[in-house]
Design a protein around this ligand. Structure first.
Ligand code: ADP
Ligand code: ZN
Ligand code: MG
Length: 491
Protein backbone atom coordinates (compact mmCIF):
# COMPACT_ATOMS: atom_id res chain seq x y z
CA UNK A 1 0.00 0.00 0.00
CA UNK A 2 1.41 3.31 -0.97
CA UNK A 3 -0.96 5.57 0.90
CA UNK A 4 -2.12 5.97 4.48
CA UNK A 5 -4.96 8.33 3.64
CA UNK A 6 -8.53 7.04 3.90
CA UNK A 7 -10.46 6.35 0.69
CA UNK A 8 -13.63 8.13 1.79
CA UNK A 9 -14.27 10.91 4.23
CA UNK A 10 -16.51 9.63 7.01
CA UNK A 11 -20.01 11.08 7.51
CA UNK A 12 -18.77 12.66 10.75
CA UNK A 13 -15.93 14.35 8.90
CA UNK A 14 -18.30 15.61 6.21
CA UNK A 15 -20.47 17.11 8.91
CA UNK A 16 -17.44 19.15 9.95
CA UNK A 17 -15.92 19.85 6.55
CA UNK A 18 -17.44 21.11 3.35
CA UNK A 19 -15.83 20.26 0.00
CA UNK A 20 -15.60 23.09 -2.55
CA UNK A 21 -15.08 22.13 -6.17
CA UNK A 22 -14.67 24.01 -9.45
CA UNK A 23 -14.14 22.33 -12.84
CA UNK A 24 -12.16 23.41 -15.86
CA UNK A 25 -13.49 21.56 -18.88
CA UNK A 26 -11.98 21.43 -22.34
CA UNK A 27 -14.37 20.69 -25.18
CA UNK A 28 -12.99 19.95 -28.61
CA UNK A 29 -15.14 21.79 -31.14
CA UNK A 30 -16.49 19.64 -33.96
CA UNK A 31 -15.20 21.69 -36.87
CA UNK A 32 -14.00 20.21 -40.14
CA UNK A 33 -10.65 21.98 -39.95
CA UNK A 34 -8.35 23.26 -37.22
CA UNK A 35 -8.73 26.63 -35.55
CA UNK A 36 -5.90 28.55 -37.25
CA UNK A 37 -5.12 26.52 -40.38
CA UNK A 38 -6.84 24.32 -42.96
CA UNK A 39 -5.64 20.94 -41.66
CA UNK A 40 -8.36 18.36 -40.96
CA UNK A 41 -9.62 18.31 -37.38
CA UNK A 42 -10.02 14.55 -37.18
CA UNK A 43 -9.16 11.74 -34.85
CA UNK A 44 -7.30 8.58 -35.76
CA UNK A 45 -5.23 9.59 -38.80
CA UNK A 46 -1.68 8.22 -39.12
CA UNK A 47 0.64 10.20 -36.76
CA UNK A 48 1.87 13.57 -38.02
CA UNK A 49 -0.09 13.53 -41.27
CA UNK A 50 -2.62 16.29 -40.50
CA UNK A 51 -0.05 19.03 -40.15
CA UNK A 52 1.13 22.16 -42.00
CA UNK A 53 3.59 25.02 -41.39
CA UNK A 54 0.99 26.93 -39.33
CA UNK A 55 0.15 24.21 -36.80
CA UNK A 56 3.78 23.07 -36.76
CA UNK A 57 4.77 26.56 -35.68
CA UNK A 58 7.19 27.19 -38.53
CA UNK A 59 8.75 30.66 -38.37
CA UNK A 60 6.79 33.16 -40.44
CA UNK A 61 3.64 31.05 -40.77
CA UNK A 62 0.57 33.07 -39.82
CA UNK A 63 -2.66 31.91 -38.16
CA UNK A 64 -6.06 32.61 -39.75
CA UNK A 65 -9.04 32.29 -37.41
CA UNK A 66 -11.58 29.64 -38.44
CA UNK A 67 -15.04 31.21 -38.46
CA UNK A 68 -16.71 27.83 -37.83
CA UNK A 69 -14.73 27.41 -34.61
CA UNK A 70 -15.91 30.80 -33.38
CA UNK A 71 -19.48 29.90 -34.29
CA UNK A 72 -19.30 26.65 -32.32
CA UNK A 73 -17.70 28.54 -29.42
CA UNK A 74 -20.63 30.93 -29.47
CA UNK A 75 -23.08 28.04 -29.59
CA UNK A 76 -21.34 26.54 -26.58
CA UNK A 77 -21.56 29.86 -24.76
CA UNK A 78 -25.26 30.26 -25.51
CA UNK A 79 -25.98 26.68 -24.47
CA UNK A 80 -24.45 27.56 -21.09
CA UNK A 81 -26.42 30.82 -20.80
CA UNK A 82 -23.27 32.92 -21.06
CA UNK A 83 -23.00 36.53 -22.19
CA UNK A 84 -20.99 36.63 -25.40
CA UNK A 85 -18.54 39.52 -25.45
CA UNK A 86 -18.71 41.74 -28.51
CA UNK A 87 -14.93 41.87 -28.50
CA UNK A 88 -12.52 39.26 -27.25
CA UNK A 89 -8.74 39.06 -27.56
CA UNK A 90 -6.42 36.16 -28.26
CA UNK A 91 -3.31 35.91 -26.14
CA UNK A 92 -0.13 33.86 -26.14
CA UNK A 93 0.33 31.52 -23.24
CA UNK A 94 4.01 30.66 -23.24
CA UNK A 95 5.43 27.35 -22.10
CA UNK A 96 7.77 24.72 -23.41
CA UNK A 97 6.74 21.19 -24.04
CA UNK A 98 7.55 18.80 -26.89
CA UNK A 99 3.90 18.56 -28.01
CA UNK A 100 3.68 22.35 -28.40
CA UNK A 101 5.79 23.21 -31.43
CA UNK A 102 5.06 26.97 -31.42
CA UNK A 103 6.39 27.33 -27.87
CA UNK A 104 3.10 28.97 -26.89
CA UNK A 105 -0.59 28.21 -26.95
CA UNK A 106 -2.95 30.71 -28.53
CA UNK A 107 -5.65 31.20 -25.93
CA UNK A 108 -7.72 34.04 -24.53
CA UNK A 109 -6.80 35.70 -21.27
CA UNK A 110 -8.41 38.77 -19.77
CA UNK A 111 -10.99 39.20 -22.55
CA UNK A 112 -12.53 35.76 -23.17
CA UNK A 113 -15.26 34.99 -25.71
CA UNK A 114 -17.99 34.63 -23.07
CA UNK A 115 -18.68 34.97 -19.34
CA UNK A 116 -21.30 34.74 -16.59
CA UNK A 117 -23.23 31.61 -17.53
CA UNK A 118 -24.74 28.76 -15.58
CA UNK A 119 -25.57 25.07 -15.75
CA UNK A 120 -28.54 23.67 -13.90
CA UNK A 121 -27.96 20.38 -12.09
CA UNK A 122 -30.27 18.12 -10.10
CA UNK A 123 -29.33 17.56 -6.46
CA UNK A 124 -31.16 15.67 -3.70
CA UNK A 125 -32.22 19.11 -2.43
CA UNK A 126 -33.67 20.09 -5.83
CA UNK A 127 -32.31 21.90 -8.88
CA UNK A 128 -29.19 24.02 -8.39
CA UNK A 129 -27.45 26.50 -10.68
CA UNK A 130 -23.70 26.19 -11.03
CA UNK A 131 -22.03 29.36 -12.28
CA UNK A 132 -19.92 29.32 -15.44
CA UNK A 133 -17.18 31.85 -14.84
CA UNK A 134 -15.90 32.06 -18.41
CA UNK A 135 -15.59 30.32 -21.76
CA UNK A 136 -12.63 30.98 -23.99
CA UNK A 137 -11.24 29.66 -27.26
CA UNK A 138 -7.78 28.17 -27.65
CA UNK A 139 -5.78 25.75 -29.76
CA UNK A 140 -4.98 22.26 -28.59
CA UNK A 141 -1.51 20.79 -28.15
CA UNK A 142 -0.25 17.55 -29.69
CA UNK A 143 -0.02 14.21 -27.96
CA UNK A 144 3.06 12.72 -26.34
CA UNK A 145 3.39 8.98 -25.80
CA UNK A 146 5.80 7.94 -23.10
CA UNK A 147 4.93 4.29 -23.09
CA UNK A 148 3.65 1.51 -25.30
CA UNK A 149 6.51 1.48 -27.78
CA UNK A 150 9.33 -1.03 -28.05
CA UNK A 151 11.89 1.64 -27.19
CA UNK A 152 9.75 3.60 -24.75
CA UNK A 153 12.41 3.19 -22.09
CA UNK A 154 14.61 5.54 -24.12
CA UNK A 155 12.24 7.60 -26.27
CA UNK A 156 9.00 9.49 -26.17
CA UNK A 157 6.92 9.91 -29.30
CA UNK A 158 5.01 13.00 -30.36
CA UNK A 159 1.97 13.11 -32.65
CA UNK A 160 1.10 16.62 -33.78
CA UNK A 161 -2.18 15.80 -35.54
CA UNK A 162 -4.16 17.30 -32.66
CA UNK A 163 -2.00 20.43 -32.54
CA UNK A 164 -4.22 23.36 -33.46
CA UNK A 165 -7.54 21.61 -32.97
CA UNK A 166 -10.12 24.09 -31.68
CA UNK A 167 -11.01 23.97 -28.00
CA UNK A 168 -13.45 25.80 -25.79
CA UNK A 169 -12.30 25.92 -22.18
CA UNK A 170 -15.19 26.27 -19.78
CA UNK A 171 -14.34 27.34 -16.23
CA UNK A 172 -16.95 26.90 -13.53
CA UNK A 173 -17.35 28.97 -10.39
CA UNK A 174 -16.39 27.11 -7.20
CA UNK A 175 -20.08 26.30 -6.67
CA UNK A 176 -19.93 22.51 -6.53
CA UNK A 177 -20.13 20.92 -3.08
CA UNK A 178 -19.64 17.19 -3.61
CA UNK A 179 -18.17 14.70 -6.08
CA UNK A 180 -21.72 13.82 -7.08
CA UNK A 181 -22.50 17.43 -7.92
CA UNK A 182 -19.32 17.59 -10.00
CA UNK A 183 -20.39 14.43 -11.82
CA UNK A 184 -23.84 15.91 -12.47
CA UNK A 185 -22.35 19.16 -13.70
CA UNK A 186 -20.09 17.41 -16.19
CA UNK A 187 -22.99 15.23 -17.35
CA UNK A 188 -25.22 18.22 -17.92
CA UNK A 189 -22.46 20.20 -19.61
CA UNK A 190 -21.71 17.34 -21.97
CA UNK A 191 -25.38 17.00 -22.83
CA UNK A 192 -25.66 20.75 -23.50
CA UNK A 193 -22.66 20.57 -25.87
CA UNK A 194 -24.17 17.63 -27.71
CA UNK A 195 -27.59 19.24 -28.00
CA UNK A 196 -26.07 22.47 -29.28
CA UNK A 197 -24.09 20.57 -31.93
CA UNK A 198 -20.80 21.86 -30.51
CA UNK A 199 -19.05 18.53 -30.01
CA UNK A 200 -19.83 14.87 -29.70
CA UNK A 201 -17.87 14.98 -26.43
CA UNK A 202 -16.44 11.51 -26.94
CA UNK A 203 -14.20 11.11 -23.91
CA UNK A 204 -12.38 8.18 -25.41
CA UNK A 205 -11.22 10.40 -28.23
CA UNK A 206 -10.32 13.14 -25.78
CA UNK A 207 -13.08 15.45 -27.03
CA UNK A 208 -14.02 16.24 -23.45
CA UNK A 209 -11.29 16.68 -20.84
CA UNK A 210 -11.64 17.82 -17.30
CA UNK A 211 -9.43 19.21 -14.54
CA UNK A 212 -10.90 19.49 -11.05
CA UNK A 213 -10.05 22.07 -8.39
CA UNK A 214 -10.93 21.03 -4.89
CA UNK A 215 -10.55 22.35 -1.37
CA UNK A 216 -12.20 21.70 1.99
CA UNK A 217 -13.20 24.14 4.74
CA UNK A 218 -14.85 23.94 8.14
CA UNK A 219 -18.57 24.25 7.61
CA UNK A 220 -19.69 27.80 8.25
CA UNK A 221 -16.27 29.27 7.37
CA UNK A 222 -16.44 32.37 5.20
CA UNK A 223 -13.20 31.74 3.31
CA UNK A 224 -12.39 28.91 0.97
CA UNK A 225 -9.58 26.54 1.85
CA UNK A 226 -6.43 26.15 -0.24
CA UNK A 227 -7.23 24.35 -3.46
CA UNK A 228 -5.53 21.51 -5.22
CA UNK A 229 -5.89 21.00 -8.97
CA UNK A 230 -6.29 17.44 -10.20
CA UNK A 231 -5.40 16.76 -13.80
CA UNK A 232 -5.78 13.72 -16.02
CA UNK A 233 -9.43 12.94 -15.34
CA UNK A 234 -10.41 11.23 -18.54
CA UNK A 235 -13.68 9.65 -17.48
CA UNK A 236 -16.72 10.58 -15.43
CA UNK A 237 -15.99 7.75 -13.05
CA UNK A 238 -12.40 8.85 -12.51
CA UNK A 239 -13.56 12.41 -11.83
CA UNK A 240 -15.81 11.22 -9.05
CA UNK A 241 -13.31 8.74 -7.62
CA UNK A 242 -10.44 11.24 -7.68
CA UNK A 243 -12.57 13.81 -5.87
CA UNK A 244 -13.65 11.31 -3.21
CA UNK A 245 -10.05 10.39 -2.63
CA UNK A 246 -8.75 13.95 -2.61
CA UNK A 247 -11.45 15.21 -0.22
CA UNK A 248 -10.66 12.42 2.21
CA UNK A 249 -6.95 13.16 1.92
CA UNK A 250 -7.43 16.86 2.61
CA UNK A 251 -9.81 16.32 5.53
CA UNK A 252 -7.45 13.79 7.12
CA UNK A 253 -4.54 16.17 6.62
CA UNK A 254 -6.32 19.13 8.22
CA UNK A 255 -7.73 16.98 11.03
CA UNK A 256 -4.26 15.80 11.93
CA UNK A 257 -3.05 19.37 12.22
CA UNK A 258 -1.51 19.62 8.76
CA UNK A 259 -2.06 22.15 6.00
CA UNK A 260 -3.15 21.63 2.40
CA UNK A 261 -0.54 23.02 0.04
CA UNK A 262 -1.54 24.50 -3.29
CA UNK A 263 -0.33 22.13 -5.97
CA UNK A 264 -1.23 20.21 -9.08
CA UNK A 265 -1.87 16.51 -8.55
CA UNK A 266 -2.46 13.65 -10.94
CA UNK A 267 -5.03 10.92 -10.48
CA UNK A 268 -3.89 7.33 -10.89
CA UNK A 269 -6.93 5.17 -11.65
CA UNK A 270 -5.03 1.96 -10.99
CA UNK A 271 -4.14 2.92 -7.44
CA UNK A 272 -7.28 5.08 -7.04
CA UNK A 273 -5.29 7.94 -5.53
CA UNK A 274 -3.84 11.30 -6.42
CA UNK A 275 -0.18 12.19 -6.23
CA UNK A 276 1.71 15.44 -6.44
CA UNK A 277 2.82 16.55 -9.89
CA UNK A 278 4.10 20.04 -9.15
CA UNK A 279 3.81 22.61 -6.38
CA UNK A 280 2.78 26.24 -6.67
CA UNK A 281 6.47 27.23 -6.64
CA UNK A 282 7.07 25.14 -9.72
CA UNK A 283 3.95 26.49 -11.44
CA UNK A 284 4.46 27.95 -14.89
CA UNK A 285 4.78 31.62 -15.46
CA UNK A 286 2.94 31.82 -18.74
CA UNK A 287 3.91 35.42 -19.56
CA UNK A 288 0.59 36.08 -21.29
CA UNK A 289 0.53 38.84 -23.88
CA UNK A 290 -1.88 39.76 -26.70
CA UNK A 291 -1.36 37.61 -29.80
CA UNK A 292 0.23 39.98 -32.33
CA UNK A 293 -0.69 37.84 -35.35
CA UNK A 294 -4.47 37.99 -34.79
CA UNK A 295 -6.85 40.91 -34.64
CA UNK A 296 -9.24 41.16 -31.71
CA UNK A 297 -12.30 39.02 -32.39
CA UNK A 298 -15.44 41.09 -32.98
CA UNK A 299 -18.80 39.35 -32.85
CA UNK A 300 -21.48 41.43 -34.56
CA UNK A 301 -25.01 41.65 -33.17
CA UNK A 302 -26.57 40.26 -36.36
CA UNK A 303 -24.34 37.20 -36.38
CA UNK A 304 -24.92 36.59 -32.70
CA UNK A 305 -28.68 36.83 -33.15
CA UNK A 306 -28.71 34.48 -36.12
CA UNK A 307 -26.80 31.91 -34.07
CA UNK A 308 -29.09 32.47 -31.10
CA UNK A 309 -32.18 31.86 -33.22
CA UNK A 310 -30.76 28.57 -34.52
CA UNK A 311 -30.18 27.14 -31.04
CA UNK A 312 -32.31 24.11 -30.14
CA UNK A 313 -34.00 23.79 -26.77
CA UNK A 314 -31.55 22.67 -24.09
CA UNK A 315 -32.16 19.40 -22.22
CA UNK A 316 -33.23 21.02 -18.93
CA UNK A 317 -35.81 23.12 -20.76
CA UNK A 318 -37.02 20.13 -22.80
CA UNK A 319 -37.41 18.07 -19.64
CA UNK A 320 -39.53 20.76 -18.07
CA UNK A 321 -41.66 20.96 -21.19
CA UNK A 322 -42.08 17.19 -21.42
CA UNK A 323 -43.39 17.17 -17.85
CA UNK A 324 -45.59 20.25 -17.96
CA UNK A 325 -46.95 20.11 -21.54
CA UNK A 326 -46.97 16.37 -22.12
CA UNK A 327 -47.68 15.16 -18.60
CA UNK A 328 -44.70 12.81 -18.59
CA UNK A 329 -43.13 11.49 -15.41
CA UNK A 330 -39.81 13.15 -14.40
CA UNK A 331 -38.08 9.87 -14.96
CA UNK A 332 -39.33 9.44 -18.52
CA UNK A 333 -38.51 13.06 -19.30
CA UNK A 334 -34.97 12.40 -18.07
CA UNK A 335 -34.60 9.25 -20.17
CA UNK A 336 -36.01 10.91 -23.29
CA UNK A 337 -33.56 13.82 -23.12
CA UNK A 338 -30.49 11.60 -22.86
CA UNK A 339 -29.55 12.77 -26.34
CA UNK A 340 -30.82 15.25 -28.83
CA UNK A 341 -31.50 12.44 -31.33
CA UNK A 342 -33.68 10.63 -28.81
CA UNK A 343 -35.57 13.79 -27.85
CA UNK A 344 -36.13 14.61 -31.54
CA UNK A 345 -37.30 11.07 -32.22
CA UNK A 346 -39.75 11.17 -29.33
CA UNK A 347 -41.14 14.52 -30.45
CA UNK A 348 -41.52 13.10 -33.96
CA UNK A 349 -43.65 10.26 -32.57
CA UNK A 350 -45.77 12.66 -30.51
CA UNK A 351 -46.25 14.80 -33.59
CA UNK A 352 -47.44 11.79 -35.59
CA UNK A 353 -49.84 10.30 -33.03
CA UNK A 354 -50.76 13.14 -30.69
CA UNK A 355 -50.46 11.00 -27.58
CA UNK A 356 -47.29 11.89 -25.66
CA UNK A 357 -47.68 9.34 -22.90
CA UNK A 358 -48.24 6.49 -25.31
CA UNK A 359 -45.28 7.75 -27.33
CA UNK A 360 -43.10 7.85 -24.20
CA UNK A 361 -44.13 4.32 -23.25
CA UNK A 362 -43.34 2.93 -26.66
CA UNK A 363 -40.05 4.76 -27.07
CA UNK A 364 -38.70 3.98 -23.58
CA UNK A 365 -40.23 0.49 -23.58
CA UNK A 366 -40.53 -1.75 -26.60
CA UNK A 367 -38.50 0.40 -28.97
CA UNK A 368 -35.64 0.88 -26.48
CA UNK A 369 -35.56 -2.87 -25.87
CA UNK A 370 -35.29 -3.58 -29.61
CA UNK A 371 -32.51 -1.00 -30.00
CA UNK A 372 -30.65 -2.36 -26.99
CA UNK A 373 -30.86 -5.92 -28.21
CA UNK A 374 -28.96 -4.90 -31.33
CA UNK A 375 -26.82 -2.22 -29.64
CA UNK A 376 -28.27 0.30 -32.06
CA UNK A 377 -28.25 4.03 -31.46
CA UNK A 378 -31.57 5.81 -31.91
CA UNK A 379 -30.01 7.66 -34.85
CA UNK A 380 -29.87 4.31 -36.68
CA UNK A 381 -33.36 3.16 -35.70
CA UNK A 382 -34.92 1.31 -38.66
CA UNK A 383 -38.40 2.47 -37.62
CA UNK A 384 -38.79 6.19 -38.34
CA UNK A 385 -40.80 8.22 -35.79
CA UNK A 386 -43.74 8.70 -38.18
CA UNK A 387 -44.13 4.94 -38.47
CA UNK A 388 -44.12 4.38 -34.72
CA UNK A 389 -46.65 7.21 -34.52
CA UNK A 390 -48.81 5.43 -37.08
CA UNK A 391 -48.66 2.20 -35.10
CA UNK A 392 -49.83 4.04 -31.99
CA UNK A 393 -52.62 5.66 -33.97
CA UNK A 394 -53.81 2.24 -35.19
CA UNK A 395 -54.16 1.19 -31.56
CA UNK A 396 -55.98 4.41 -30.71
CA UNK A 397 -58.43 3.82 -33.56
CA UNK A 398 -59.06 0.26 -32.46
CA UNK A 399 -57.66 -1.26 -35.63
CA UNK A 400 -54.96 -2.92 -33.54
CA UNK A 401 -54.93 -4.09 -29.97
CA UNK A 402 -51.96 -3.22 -27.80
CA UNK A 403 -50.93 -6.84 -27.89
CA UNK A 404 -50.95 -7.01 -31.68
CA UNK A 405 -49.06 -3.74 -31.91
CA UNK A 406 -46.35 -5.19 -29.67
CA UNK A 407 -46.08 -8.12 -32.06
CA UNK A 408 -45.90 -5.87 -35.09
CA UNK A 409 -43.19 -3.47 -33.90
CA UNK A 410 -40.36 -6.06 -34.00
CA UNK A 411 -41.49 -7.00 -37.52
CA UNK A 412 -41.35 -3.33 -38.54
CA UNK A 413 -37.89 -3.25 -37.02
CA UNK A 414 -36.77 -6.27 -39.05
CA UNK A 415 -38.44 -5.62 -42.40
CA UNK A 416 -38.40 -1.80 -42.34
CA UNK A 417 -42.03 -1.85 -43.47
CA UNK A 418 -44.93 0.18 -42.16
CA UNK A 419 -47.47 -1.37 -39.78
CA UNK A 420 -50.22 -1.55 -42.43
CA UNK A 421 -48.10 -3.54 -44.85
CA UNK A 422 -47.39 -6.10 -42.14
CA UNK A 423 -51.02 -6.23 -41.00
CA UNK A 424 -52.16 -6.94 -44.55
CA UNK A 425 -49.53 -9.51 -45.31
CA UNK A 426 -50.05 -11.42 -42.08
CA UNK A 427 -53.78 -10.84 -41.69
CA UNK A 428 -53.30 -9.15 -38.35
CA UNK A 429 -55.96 -6.75 -37.23
CA UNK A 430 -58.18 -6.12 -34.29
CA UNK A 431 -61.52 -7.92 -34.47
CA UNK A 432 -63.85 -4.99 -34.95
CA UNK A 433 -66.45 -7.05 -36.77
CA UNK A 434 -68.93 -7.38 -33.89
CA UNK A 435 -70.79 -10.19 -35.64
CA UNK A 436 -67.76 -12.43 -35.57
CA UNK A 437 -66.82 -11.33 -32.07
CA UNK A 438 -70.33 -12.13 -30.81
CA UNK A 439 -70.13 -15.59 -32.33
CA UNK A 440 -66.84 -16.24 -30.46
CA UNK A 441 -68.29 -14.86 -27.22
CA UNK A 442 -71.34 -17.13 -27.52
CA UNK A 443 -69.03 -20.11 -27.97
CA UNK A 444 -66.96 -19.15 -24.91
CA UNK A 445 -70.06 -18.72 -22.76
CA UNK A 446 -71.50 -22.04 -23.92
CA UNK A 447 -68.24 -23.80 -23.12
CA UNK A 448 -68.12 -22.53 -19.53
CA UNK A 449 -71.50 -23.16 -17.88
CA UNK A 450 -70.06 -23.34 -14.36
CA UNK A 451 -68.50 -19.86 -14.57
CA UNK A 452 -71.71 -18.54 -16.11
CA UNK A 453 -73.66 -19.79 -13.12
CA UNK A 454 -71.17 -18.18 -10.70
CA UNK A 455 -71.44 -14.87 -12.54
CA UNK A 456 -75.23 -14.89 -12.49
CA UNK A 457 -75.06 -15.85 -8.81
CA UNK A 458 -73.38 -12.48 -8.18
CA UNK A 459 -69.69 -13.31 -8.47
CA UNK A 460 -68.91 -10.50 -10.95
CA UNK A 461 -65.16 -11.06 -10.75
CA UNK A 462 -65.65 -14.04 -13.08
CA UNK A 463 -65.95 -11.41 -15.81
CA UNK A 464 -62.14 -11.28 -15.98
CA UNK A 465 -62.09 -14.99 -16.69
CA UNK A 466 -64.48 -14.60 -19.63
CA UNK A 467 -62.51 -11.64 -21.05
CA UNK A 468 -59.35 -13.72 -20.84
CA UNK A 469 -60.98 -16.69 -22.59
CA UNK A 470 -62.27 -14.49 -25.41
CA UNK A 471 -58.88 -12.80 -25.87
CA UNK A 472 -57.30 -16.22 -26.06
CA UNK A 473 -59.86 -17.45 -28.58
CA UNK A 474 -59.23 -14.40 -30.76
CA UNK A 475 -55.44 -14.65 -30.35
CA UNK A 476 -55.33 -11.13 -28.93
CA UNK A 477 -57.04 -9.60 -31.92
CA UNK A 478 -60.11 -8.41 -30.02
CA UNK A 479 -60.31 -5.03 -28.35
CA UNK A 480 -60.61 -5.79 -24.60
CA UNK A 481 -62.97 -2.87 -24.00
CA UNK A 482 -65.36 -4.07 -26.70
CA UNK A 483 -65.16 -7.62 -25.37
CA UNK A 484 -66.12 -6.51 -21.86
CA UNK A 485 -68.98 -4.49 -23.18
CA UNK A 486 -70.42 -7.35 -25.25
CA UNK A 487 -69.89 -9.84 -22.45
CA UNK A 488 -71.69 -7.67 -19.95
CA UNK A 489 -74.69 -7.59 -22.21
CA UNK A 490 -74.71 -11.30 -22.92
CA UNK A 491 -74.01 -12.58 -19.42
P1 ADP B 1 -6.15 29.85 -10.87
O1 ADP B 1 -5.84 31.29 -10.96
O2 ADP B 1 -5.34 29.08 -9.90
O3 ADP B 1 -6.27 29.19 -12.22
P2 ADP B 1 -8.93 30.37 -10.79
O4 ADP B 1 -9.44 31.41 -9.87
O5 ADP B 1 -8.76 30.70 -12.23
O6 ADP B 1 -7.59 29.78 -10.21
O7 ADP B 1 -9.90 29.10 -10.69
C1 ADP B 1 -9.66 27.93 -11.38
C2 ADP B 1 -10.75 26.96 -11.02
O8 ADP B 1 -10.67 26.64 -9.63
C3 ADP B 1 -12.16 27.47 -11.22
O9 ADP B 1 -12.95 26.41 -11.76
C4 ADP B 1 -12.64 27.82 -9.83
O10 ADP B 1 -14.02 27.61 -9.70
C5 ADP B 1 -11.89 26.83 -8.97
N1 ADP B 1 -11.56 27.33 -7.63
C6 ADP B 1 -11.09 28.53 -7.30
N2 ADP B 1 -10.86 28.60 -5.97
C7 ADP B 1 -11.21 27.40 -5.45
C8 ADP B 1 -11.18 26.82 -4.13
N3 ADP B 1 -10.73 27.50 -3.08
N4 ADP B 1 -11.60 25.56 -3.99
C9 ADP B 1 -12.01 24.84 -5.05
N5 ADP B 1 -12.06 25.32 -6.29
C10 ADP B 1 -11.66 26.58 -6.51
ZN1 ZN C 1 -2.17 22.91 -39.98
MG1 MG D 1 -7.05 29.09 -14.29
Amino acid sequence: MSTAAPRLATPEELELYEPVIGLEVHVQLGTRTKIFCGCPNEFGAAPNTNVCPVCLGMPGALPVLNRAAVELGIRAALALHCEVRRRSVFARKNYFYPDLPKGYQISQYDQPLAEHGWVEIQTPAGPKRIGVHRLHLEDDAGKSSHEGYRDSDRFSYVDLNRTGSPLAEIVSEPDLRSPDEAYEYLTELKLAMQFAGVSNCDMEKGNLRCDANVSVRRRGAAEFGTKVEIKNLNSFRFLRQALYFEIARQVALVESGGRVVQETRLYDPNLDETFSMRSKEEAHDYRYFPEPDLLPLEVGEAWLESIRSSMPAMPAELRRRFVSDYGLREYDAQVLTASRELADYFEGVVHACGDARAAANWVTGDLAALLNAQSLDIALCPVPPERLGELITLVQKGELTGKLAKEILPKMFESREGARAIMEREGLRALSDTGELERIIDQVIAANPKQLEQYRGGKTSVMQFFVGQVMKATRGQANPAAVSELLRRKL
